[in-house]
Design a protein around this ligand. Structure first.
Ligand SMILES: Cc1ncc(COP(=O)(O)O)c(C=O)c1O
Length: 433
């Protein structure tokens, strides 16, 4: 070979999927794995209802489903989305303000890739990995963050957000994930208005990842970006992966607010659009199906039932994990994740859980190093000892040690047992040294 032609990586790993490789190896040793790591309701056993499958089958009967679509996406679907947004009464858009992607992960990559290398986005900490990795890949250095406080119900530190927005002139945008992954935090309207104020006063645009906007628990109030944004430029990111749920459809989109009001923002959106044009378009089939699903008479009831189930599992998890004196646990208010945090100083690099088979013990030690965060060591031991697969919180780019689990088990009794097992393992692990 003439020279090293692989682009240097950032050294970051997507631990949500990385741990799957470890788990698959353990399965070969006979370990029965309980997958509490990936936010895919379908893979976790939610059976899609008949009406849903019938609606989608109907789309397949039309030749339209097999065509390329316009680069921005299927026109009638974009008109449908624009009308849905406009009915909320906030920032108004047309179909021209919407661009479809192959999943929101794809939209995230395109958005950060269109930024100048010196332009940075202020991110929550912890942050959902896809945003963080896309941001780091475009700029090569970790971004500035504002902390979500695990000791104050994951409330974002808006004073830190404002200070950094004022001081760091490379920051051009603020990212908000509402409802949040991995914490389950849901922003009140007042908090969202504050974020928009900070953006306005510092001449920033906002990026709101609203993929979980329809998964908000009973009694919790929030609103959409378009309802608070006023005249600030902004992007809302959405997808059918979680609410519908159709993650394998790889169908997400951005809605752009106030595009014409700022020439720099306008050029940025155009850069995203031009990149997409070079790829022709995103998948047509799920885009045509989207309005048929959201408007189906059964959809609302179906969604509500699922959200109530997630809330019930969240309560169970808070109750069971809260029994461990070594954890700090906050009740999520939306999405379908719970992040538990280890109390200060309870972890070290020597703790262990009993593993029955010596070969598994050797394997786990071989994939861990002294440099690994302590919570990663805990999650690998938990996996090897009990088969429960959760994600270390530090893999969401925070120094806070903990773990994230999904609230997606269809069987509530089995879920109770899983979280009980985790809580008991936390105690045994911490007390092992
Ligand atoms: C906050 C957030 N944004 C984006 C995505 C990516 O979603 P998609 O399946 O549409 O690519 C996820 C997936 O888990 C997510 O949690």
């Amino acid at each position: 070979m003439r020279f090293e032609y692989t682009k240097a990586g950032s050294g970051l790993t997507y631990e949500i999927r990385n741990i799957v490789e470890i788990a698959n190896r353990l399965i070969r040793y006979g370990v029965e794995v309980s997958w509490e790591n990936i936010g895919d309701p379908v893979a976790k056993g939610e059976d899609l209802p008949r009406w849903f499958k019938d609606a989608v089958k109907g789309v397949l009967d039309s030749s339209k489903a097999y065509e390329y679509s316009p680069t921005k996406g299927v026109c009638s679907t974009r008109e449908y989305i624009a009308a849905k947004n406009n009915a909320l009464g906030g920032a108004q858009i047309t179909k021209e303000d919407i661009i479809f992607f192959n999943g929101l992960g794809d939209a995230v990559s395109h958005t950060y890739a269109a930024m100048h290398v010196d332009a940075r986005v202020l991110m929550p900490e912890p942050t959902y990995s896809t945003h963080f990795m896309a941001e780091v890949l475009h700029a090569s250095f970790p971004p500035n963050t504002y902390r979500l406080d695990p000791y104050n119900n994951w409330l974002p530190d808006l004073a830190e957000m404002e200070r950094k927005a004022q001081q760091h002139k490379s920051i051009i945008s603020i990212l908000v994930i509402n409802p949040d992954n991995p914490t389950g935090f849901v922003y009140s309207r007042e908090l969202l208005e504050e974020v928009v104020r900070i953006a306005r006063e510092n001449e920033l645009f906002v990026i709101f990842d609203e993929i979980y906007n329809q998964i908000v628990y009973d009694g919790v109030e929030t609103c959409m970006l378009s309802q608070v944004i006023g005249d600030v430029p902004g992007i809302s990111m959405k997808s059918i992966s979680k609410d519908v749920p159709w993650p394998g459809g790889r169908c997400g989109w951005i809605e752009v607010y106030n595009a014409g009001k700022d020439p720099m923002f306008d050029r940025f959106i155009n850069a995203i659009y031009r990149q997409k044009m070079a790829e022709v378009c995103s998948g047509t089939f799920p885009q045509i199906s989207l309005p048929l699903i959201y408007e189906h008479p059964e959809y609302k009831g179906y969604l509500l039932e699922r959200v109530n189930h997630y809330q019930k599992l969240a309560q169970t998890a808070v109750e069971e994990l809260g029994k461990s004196k070594y954890l700090n646990v906050t009740m999520p208010r939306g999405a379908f994740y719970l992040s538990a945090v280890f109390k200060e100083g309870v972890l070290n690099g020597k703790q262990k859980l009993p593993i029955k088979i010596a070969a598994i013990q050797d394997y786990i030690e071989s994939v861990l190093s002294d440099k690994d965060p302590f919570d990663k060591r805990f999650t690998y031991y938990l996996l090897a000892s009990t088969g429960v697969c959760v994600v270390p919180l530090t893999s969401f780019f925070t120094t806070t040690n903990g773990f994230r689990l999904v609230l997606l088990d269809c069987d509530s009794a089995r879920f109770s047992q899983t979280v009980r097992k985790i809580a008991e393992s936390v105690d045994a692990y911490v007390e092992s040294s």
